[in-house]
Design a binder for this molecule. Sequence first.
Ligand code: PLP
Length: 421
Amino acid sequence: MEAFQHKKKHLHCEDVDLAGIAADAGTPAYVYSRTAFVTRFRELDEVFGGIEHLICYSAKANGNLAVLQALIEAGAGIDIVSGGELYAAQRAGADPRKIVFAGVGKTTDEIERALRAGILFFTVESGPELDRIAAVAERLGVVGRFAVRVNPDVETDTHDYITTGTSRNKFGIAVDRAREVYVRAQDMPSVQAVGVHMHIGSQIMTPDPYVEAIRKIIPLVEELRKAGIALAYFDIGGGYGIRYDGERPQAAPQFADAIVPLVEPLGLTLVLEPGRYIAGNSGVLLARVEYVKRTPSKTFVIVDAAMNDLIRPALYKAVHRIVPVENSTAKTETVDVVGPVCESGDFFAKGVVLPALKEGDLVAIMSAGAYGATMGSTYNARPLPPEVLVSGRSYSVVRARQTYEQMYANNVLPSSKRVGK
Ligand SMILES: *Cc1c(COP(=O)(O)O)cnc(C)c1O
């Protein structure tokens, strides 16, 4: 299914005209296809159907409560990285026994909330973190389940900022050190080892780095079993790549064909943590052209969305296709599509060929469903844009546009209190 397609003259999300959404919700606005989210989830669920598995959708890719709810209703668990995401998962109705909690800097407060919620497991990223979880669990009189996040030291063919599974990265514990952590935990009554975890990066195009990493971790699992530490979960993380503009990621069945035969003989439940794979092509950022600025050297199309709404081009040099909402027969020209923010990094595309655009035209910045709204900020005092969820012929504004008042609600002018007399 193509979630975003031209029908008649206009680009649609499912059966809803994006021009209609722009008129109603204003621009800039994120527009998501509920069907696309759920379809991507089901595809993955199906191709891994041959093995006991649990898909924990990574909330940091797109954590809108309506999106989480749609995936939870389809059967997804949730992969969280903060207390805020725990709150969101709970608000959206997640089964706590399907929540896994990753991240190198979990605070005592976050650990306590997760233990009280009864999540499936923490991924432990360091020895001191295991001690912290054990102490909090003991105080609460509960047992903290954990999986050590192993850093398998494999290279992935992705942007340096989104590789996580090499010894240069801050994540996880080296394979040879992980064993000590498990063994030490045996003498700690308030924690229980239930699994092993890895997450090697993002936008990974082939199963090869997963295969390499899993092969490095299998001997650890077998060794632990011999030592009487029987694990139940093998969590391979997320990172499966998608198509932004011409990339050719291998399809989900190829990932399953490469990964399942490795994990199956271990008898462990496979856990997957896809984020981008489910969310990336399920959403667009809808923007309106404010000005077309022609200079002797270049033509700039200045739109009303900016890097604060979608930072990926500035942060990762990410490429997003730009598609005019209205089919146009205008002559094409080469332009830079930029936002209004006072930074040269505030661009969406450079040197792209588009039908000539004019003031008031709408464009869709494609593949913006993952790491778009969740990475948004209010830089330049620009309110967070609305998010719209389409399902078939209907749609709902599932996050309202932030108002100026809301943006400054927590600012307090000093009241000149004095300390002492
Ligand atoms: C970010 C993250 C994911 C999701 O990554 P994608 O590339 O979006 O699939 C999964 N697991 C962990 C631990 C993460 O930090």
